[in-house]
Ligand binder design. Structure first.
Ligand SMILES: [Zn+2]
Ligand SMILES: [Zn+2]
Length: 257
């Protein structure tokens, strides 16, 4: 099992110090993960302390520790992101859309605005940005693919039609898609992406990876065995990890529930 979406400092509510790193890795080891990847928000990338991470990682010989970044994708900021990604030897980079024209739609307290919006418009605006993230060439992975459902507002049109261009862009560019289990802890109460999307992603041979989106040590690895089982049931034959942006396939049988 691997968990490549873990926030060491949460929303900078903890330091990236030795004790904190150890707490995350201890949970990862206790849950039997073989690989864990720190992917803090790009806003805090300067907190990254690679020597400290490798030092603490050496205490956990059964665990591969990767370093990635979760980038808040906004069109027009590609050059800035390219600079950040070039400044550290990241193993992978997750491109995530959390904002539509300046609206942080996944923030707490935004439900009303979701309810008032025309749902298909909401989904089209959102997926339009995810397509741009995929085509930017900056990312190895697309984060929480259908995050726009966070408050449980569903589109009128078929989700497969709304996400069509996004799925095509991922397939063309080889961008992986994560199963992010944290959606279960949000109002929508289910993983990202939803099952029908995941099935189509697998059918198109888009690489799949796993992430808990843990913002605290206790949440590392949460529900990932179930997510891997779901991927396998829908026909996936492998999951992927990353080393220096190279994709590493893992047979999914190794991670079955
Ligand atoms: Zn995110
Ligand atoms: Zn995240």
């Amino acid at each position: 099992m691997l968990d490549l979406h873990v926030h060491l400092t949460g929303h900078r509510d903890r330091p990236a110090d030795r004790e904190n790193v150890r707490a995350f890795l201890r949970t990862a080891a206790a849950k039997g993960l073989r690989e864990v990847g720190f992917a803090d928000h790009d806003l805090y990338y300067e907190d990254l302390n690679l020597p400290l991470l490798s030092e603490v990682a050496a205490e956990f010989p059964g665990l591969k520790v990767r370093v990635g970044l979760e980038v808040d994708y906004r069109p027009g900021e590609e050059e800035k992101v390219r600079g950040i990604l070039a400044s550290f030897p990241f193993d992978y980079a997750i491109g995530s859309v959390h904002e539509i024209r300046g609206w942080a739609f996944d923030a707490p307290g935004q439900e009303q605005r979701h309810r008032e919006a025309e749902p298909d418009r909401l989904y089209r605006d959102y997926f339009g940005l995810v397509v741009q993230a995929a085509r930017s060439g900056l990312f190895t992975t697309l984060g929480h693919l259908d995050l726009i459902k966070i408050y449980g507002v569903r589109p009128k049109s078929d989700i497969l039609e709304l996400a069509e261009e996004t799925l095509a862009a991922a397939a063309e560019t080889g961008c992986a898609i994560e199963i992010n289990t944290n959606g279960r802890n949000k109002p929508v109460g289910e993983f990202y992406p939803e099952e029908r999307l995941l099935k189509e992603i697998i059918r198109r041979h888009v690489p799949i990876t796993l992430g808990s989106d843990a913002h605290e040590a206790a949440a590392v690895g949460r529900d990932l065995a179930e997510a891997a089982g779901m991927a396998r049931r829908l026909g996936a034959e492998a999951l992927v990890g990353f080393e220096q942006r190279r994709l590493i396939p893992y047979p999914i049988v190794a991670y079955s529930v």
